[in-house]
Design a protein around this ligand. Structure first.
Ligand SMILES: Cc1cc2nc3c(=O)[nH]c(=O)nc-3n(C[C@H](O)[C@H](O)[C@H](O)COP(=O)(O)O)c2cc1C
Length: 174
């Protein structure tokens, strides 16, 4: 079992090709739960996860993200589910807390056989007027900012091999 967990961590890749079929709610809930179980500084749990499957809203959010990008393509690579990670900036560790949730969800998705990729520019999205209007609509406080997001779906395309790691990045003082 321990080895299985290690295997998940060592084989996860960023997936950028997705099937159009929607992720089941049960699998999405497991990914979200992994995000909620990530550590937070002083256990403040100030991270909010917004899971979007509704197609029209998903596309509007993708367009908002794209408006801060220099490429003319869907920044979510056609993934049918988007999970936005927002965190309350009144907490000193908001960026780290949100990042832990993101990594937990990427690894959980892989463990479940789903594909996922961290998609950035969420800070810009929710610092914008349009993004702030969404925060109000979702009942989130003004003090929330975007940390990142997850493209989530069933992977398409060939299975990806782990990328080689750069050497010399561990100093062991035994
Ligand atoms: C902070 C952060 C931001 C990232 N932003 C994006 C992004 O906007 N779009 C994207 O396709 N991948 C993004 N990635 C994924 C990285 O490009 C990817 O993790 C890296 O190339 C290593 O590949 P791997 O995840 O398959 O090992 C991001 C990753 C991190 C940690």
């Amino acid at each position: 079992m321990k080895q299985e967990a290690m295997n998940v961590l060592l084989t996860r890749r960023s997936v950028r090709q997705y099937q159009t079929r929607q992720v089941s709610e049960q699998e999405m809930d497991q990914v979200l739960q992994a995000g909620l179980y990530a550590p937070t500084g002083k256990n403040v749990q100030g991270v909010e996860l917004v899971a979007v499957q509704e197609k029209e809203l998903r596309d509007r959010l993708a367009a908002l993200n794209k408006s801060f990008w220099d490429k003319d393509m869907d920044p979510y690579y056609g993934a049918p589910t988007i999970i936005l990670v927002l965190a309350d900036t009144v907490r000193y560790t908001w960026v780290e807390d949100g990042s832990c949730a993101l990594c937990n969800m990427l690894n959980a998705a892989h463990a479940l056989g789903l594909g996922a990729c961290w998609i950035h520019r969420v800070r810009e999205m929710f610092d914008s007027e349009e993004g702030r209007a969404y925060l109000r609509q979702w009942g989130l406080p003004e003090s929330m900012r975007g940390v990142g997001s997850v493209a989530l779906g069933y992977p398409a395309g060939p299975e990806l091999r782990p990328l080689p790691r750069k050497d010399g990045r561990v100093i062991k003082l035994l």
